[in-house]
Design a protein around this ligand. Structure first.
Ligand code: ADP
Ligand code: MG
Length: 255
């Protein structure tokens, strides 16, 4: 097997010396500088960083929504995205939102309804198929967004603080849901958050970002058995160390 093939089979995404500069007040603002990271197939990796450390920029470049100033960011396979806002179409039902993703993927009309209902069942929304977004709670909307992401049959799911706006109990349930779906599928997930506990709750590895410009300051392998509890003392110890590192990063920039 060629070297290139070997690499592409092992890694679901790779970022190499990525730099992203935005024009700002007549100068260039560096959001990312020399960012390098890799995620293996089937891994669930969390990026944790302070606000403004370039996390969203990284995902936007990976998703192909932004072109990098220099360096490379590559996803092997199909990408789906999930944001803090569910961004559902308000005039479509929960099922309709999922069906649209299936339609865009080229699924035949005859199969869409059934498949959408099955995907909504997978995120525990049976019985809510006909509700419109304004009739759903924040957590339910994110469940629909997750079903819609699954409908895209992606290889890699990029998640940008998807649960940041939810209350603690709902977030807890969605962590369980996401972990279960990840276990059942062969999905690779890159999950971005500013919350160290959430990162340790979910990640096989946690990549701790520097403050702007963002790059990986530290990699933490999380070896705690799954499912993990956000409230466990073991998790708190690891998250505490990560938070200290984030504070150190912010202080060294004088913030
Ligand atoms: P995070 O997601 O970690 O909070 P972002 O990636 O959103 O950080 O932003 C990193 C920095 O880049 C911030 O200072 C932000 O203001 C700046 N930035 C992000 N996108 C743009 C853009 N399109 N134009 C100009 N500046 C941007
Ligand atoms: Mg962001």
């Amino acid at each position: 097997m060629s070297k290139v093939l070997e690499l592409s089979e092992k890694h679901a995404l790779s970022v190499e010396k990525l730099t992203m500069a935005f024009p700002h007040d007549g100068q260039l603002l560096l959001a990312l500088e020399g960012t390098t990271l890799e995620v293996k197939r089937g891994e669930l990796v969390c990026v944790v960083g302070a606000s403004g450390s370039g996390k969203s920029t990284l995902l936007n470049v990976l998703a192909g929504l932004d072109l990098p100033s220099s360096g490379r960011a590559h996803v092997h396979g199909r990408v789906a995205l999930m944001f803090q806002e569910a961004a559902l179409l308000p005039w479509l039902t929960a099922a309709g939102n999922v069906e649209l993703a299936l339609e865009l993927r080229g699924v035949k009309a005859a199969h869409r309804r059934e498949l959408a209902h099955e995907l909504l069942r997978r995120v525990h929304l049976e019985g809510f198929e006909k509700r419109r977004p304004h009739e759903l709670s924040g957590g339910m909307k994110q469940r629909v967004a997750l079903a819609r992401a699954l409908a895209q049959d992606a290889d890699v799911l990029l998640m940008d603080e998807p649960f940041a706006a939810l209350d603690a109990i709902t977030r807890d349930l969605l962590h369980e849901e996401l972990e279960r779906i990840w276990n059942e599928s062969r999905l690779t997930i890159l999950f971005v958050t500013h919350n160290a506990r959430e990162a340790v709750r979910l990640g096989d590895r946690v990549l701790v970002f520097t403050s702007r410009p963002g790059r990986v300051a530290q990699e933490v392998k999380v070896e705690l058995p799954r499912p993990r509890s956000l409230d466990s003392p073991e998790l708190a110890v690891i998250a505490g160390r990560i938070t200290d590192r984030l504070k150190h990063e912010m202080n060294s920039r004088g913030e």
